[in-house]
Design a binder for this molecule. Sequence first.
Ligand SMILES: Nc1ncnc2c1ncn2[C@@H]1O[C@H](COP(=O)(O)OP(=O)(O)OP(=O)(O)O)[C@@H](O)[C@H]1O
Length: 247
Amino acid sequence: MSDDVLLSARGIDRFFGRGADRRQVLFDVSADVRAGECLAVIGGSGSGKSTLTRIMLGLDTADAGTVMYTGGDIRRESGLVFQDPFASLDPRWRIGRSVAEPLRIQRRDLSRADAARMAADALRTVGLDPDVFMDRYPMDLSGGQAQRAAIARAIVNGPRVILADEPMSAIDVAARIQILDAFAAIRETRREMALVMVSHDLGVVRHIADRILVLHDGRVEESGPTSDALGSPRSDYTRRLIEAASL
Ligand SMILES: Nc1ncnc2c1ncn2[C@@H]1O[C@H](COP(=O)(O)OP(=O)(O)OP(=O)(O)O)[C@@H](O)[C@H]1O
């Protein structure tokens, strides 16, 4: 692996189902994630984006190929952000407790006050005033605020990589800019942290990603710097995705 590569997948195959239903969903897929960069994984529905990124983050296993990570246990050193923010926030808990929860589990050395301070810092980073939001319940938050709280929870422990799987698709359009701003602020304050983002939204991808991996029916169709992949795509499939996005 080259020096700054944090996470590297090589030759990944993945099958689902058994017997006659057995189906291959990833075919010899390779991808690198470097420290501090945002890699966007794009492609049509069912192209294998979630499966690939879950395998890369140690949440699923490949049937062939290897994933190399330069740190320790990636599951302890990564944060996850999903489409539905309310799924990562316990409705019975105040936001401060949900955001601090990963610390309670993984950093037992921390005092309650230190954990609360770190949760407040994480909320501030994503643009939520801790004095206002720490004591609220998820039901008292808008979708955009809840997603930012979920992002705060994902970064509270200082992960080396974050996986955000369609983090904006359940958020109304007006609030999406706040999510983008939150990711931009995180990248500004935590420069070594890598972000892997699965997205349908090429506008978002153009804005945030340094590099792009295009999947089509489980195969890598194109990969490279965002400006190249979206500016002068090599593959017809990528060109069609871009055309469809600009309709
Ligand atoms: N646990 C599973 N069991 C069986 N099939 C699965 C499973 N998970 C995913 N698949 C199948 O694998 C293929 C790839 O799914 P995946 O969720 O990775 O695609 P995706 O590109 O993220 O799609 P979308 O954009 O719709 O979320 C799909 O055909 C899906 O139905």
